[in-house]
Design a protein around this ligand. Structure first.
Ligand code: MTE
Length: 322
């Protein structure tokens, strides 16, 4: 069988679809989604399912809550944030994840935590959403494709979760992996990326208070297309570092492989910090289009979180370590 697909590095940058065009296209894509809806029934034991739009209880306000955002950083609409997505496991067009991920089974869900730690184990979605641990974090989100959004996440500080497993001194990096399940994830049936989707952070980046494991958006569970039930959110890095539907976390000594770096190393580095001064080889990163706005705005160093994170990279040549 001949599978026609584009090289992964061709896709990310060239898919900046104006919203009007994209909205029109979605009407046609709906038909395809209905045809694919029968695919996902799998035989997992039934636990309470977190249906779309389930409200999360006990979410604490934080200094990153919406009240403290600059005036020109109004959160995007729920509709924008949940219909313009990158989640290649469900297709490469921006409307594909919403159309194709609706039957994705996210309960029960566990993340295996292993590698250089004293207490390897598992963490379930239920453990993560226990009231009193959830925080509202409204973060700017900057995609490497030069668009951005502002999204109210609900999450738990990644560092606090990692500490429970007692990482050892060999834990210099943290590796993350998405579910591999081509039956449920039609995009994985073609070699668009080297599946499963992989990402990594240096240990100090993972422990930084801005990094969260997100379990919700807009006060509700994460919609499937946005990476349900658990995804990473590292707001000073390009969006592709925010790996979705995580099933594995591993502490390790060596720098982990990452999907986009494997696909095109010259274009996507390990660090991928938002940096308006370092262009992508095929386009500038100096400005961005906030989804829902007409005029571009300047991209800020570290996506506007410079004060909080610049010290992590002191002395590093950020052109070399892009
Ligand atoms: N995680 C997985 N597993 N698969 C993906 O294709 N895409 C990344 C990131 N995480 C991706 C992923 C990219 S390129 C971006 S920009 C963000 O998810 C998009 O997140 P959003 O759809 O919530 O805006």
């Amino acid at each position: 069988m001949l599978i026609k697909h584009r090289k992964a590095s061709d896709v990310l940058g060239s898919e900046i679809t104006p919203k009007s065009v994209f909205d029109d296209r979605r009407r046609f894509l709906k038909t395809a989604a209905l045809a694919g809806a029968g695919l996902a029934a799998s035989a997992l034991p039934s636990l309470p399912a977190y249906a779309a739009r389930t409200k999360l209880e006990g979410v604490e306000k934080t200094k990153w809550s919406v009240e403290n955002l600059p005036e020109n950083d109004t959160p995007n609409s729920y509709e924008d944030a949940t219909s313009y997505n990158n989640f290649y496991e469900f297709g490469t067009a921006k409307g594909d994840p919403k159309d194709n991920a609706q039957d994705f089974k996210t309960s029960p869900w566990e993340i295996a935590v292993e590698g250089a730690c004293a207490k390897p184990g598992k963490i379930s979605f239920e453990d993560l959403i226990k009231p009193t641990t959830l925080e509202e974090r409204v973060y700017r989100f900057r995609c490497v494709e030069a668009w951005s959004m502002v999204i109210p996440w609900v999450g738990v500080p990644l560092g606090e979760v990692l500490k429970r497993f007692e990482p050892t001194s060999d834990a210099r990096y943290v590796y993350f992996e998405t579910l591999l399940d081509p039956e449920q994830m039609p995009g994985q049936r073609a070699p668009v990326l080297n599946w499963p989707y992989k990402e990594g952070l240096r240990m100090d980046e993972a422990m930084h208070p801005l990094s969260i494991l997100a379990v919700g958006m807009y006060g509700e569970v994460i919609p499937n297309q946005n990476g349900a039930p658990v995804r990473l959110m590292v707001p000073w890095k390009y969006g592709f570092k925010s790996i979705k539907s995580i099933v594995k976390i591993k502490f390790q000594k060596s720098m982990p492989p990452t999907s986009w770096n494997e696909a095109a190393a010259r274009e996507y580095g390990f660090y991928s910090n938002v940096n308006p001064k370092v262009s992508h080889p095929r386009w500038s990163q100096a400005s961005e289009r906030r989804i829902g706005e007409i005029f571009k705005r300047k991209t800020l160093m570290f996506n506007g979180y410079e004060e909080e994170v610049a010290s992590l990279y002191e002395g590093m040549d950020l052109r070399k370590w892009y």
